[in-house]
Design a protein around this ligand. Sequence first.
Ligand SMILES: C[S@@+](CC[C@H](N)C(=O)[O-])C[C@H]1O[C@@H](n2cnc3c(N)ncnc32)[C@H](O)[C@@H]1O
Length: 226
Amino acid sequence: MSILDIGCGPGTIIAGLSKIVVDGKITGLDVTDPIIERARSTFPMSEFPNLTFTVGNAMDLSEIKDNSFDVVHAHQVLVHLTDSVKALKEFYRICKPGGIVACREGNGRSVLSLKPDLSAIRQYWDNTIAPMDRNGAHIDARGHLEEWVRTAGFQKENIVLHMGELRFPSHAEGMKGEGAEQAIKSGIATRDQMNVWREAWEEFDRTEGHELVIENGEILCWKEPL
Ligand SMILES: C[S@@+](CC[C@H](N)C(=O)[O-])C[C@H]1O[C@@H](n2cnc3c(N)ncnc32)[C@H](O)[C@@H]1O
């Protein structure tokens, strides 16, 4: 079985799948070079021989032939794209007949629960989604999933949609070290802002029953066999 994880980020999900589908050809793809470098060093071929990582753009996968993968998977990726239908058309094209396209996408505008309800975390959240809005991405991707996959070519009877929730882990780690320095350098936040957010996330970590929950949707789409 061949699996492609589009927008694989640090590679955690696809590395897990590579351990389950040990005879498979498993690939992680992301648009960001340093992320792919990091994924390669975290999950080296010596320990993950069936797993490779590659740089590519979800909206233009022209280097991948038609009908190449049994499973095309994307987790919280469409939400970042300016043209999700274009990406899904590519997912459809590179998926084998009889194969599956699987996506999980949230609605960043819907904070269902935040415990403890700290204004600094709400401010951090608004700050995180604002550039996506400005860039024309669909922060509410969850609500568009069915319409998008239908436009991309999937038949209604070959689609299963499930609406649920997504629980975020703490973002405290991202508020320090290299990640924080890069965010400060690129103007995402000032050092003072970063310190306020770090303290808030640390308080989040210390709080019993902490949670940050948003709306989430999962869609499975079968491509018609030939
Ligand atoms: C929220 S992260 C999700 C990472 C991973 N799927 C996960 O759930 O752990 C979104 C990822 O999508 C990637 N991404 C954004 N735009 C992309 C594009 N046009 N093509 C491929 N990847 C993209 C980002 O670099 C980032 O790694």
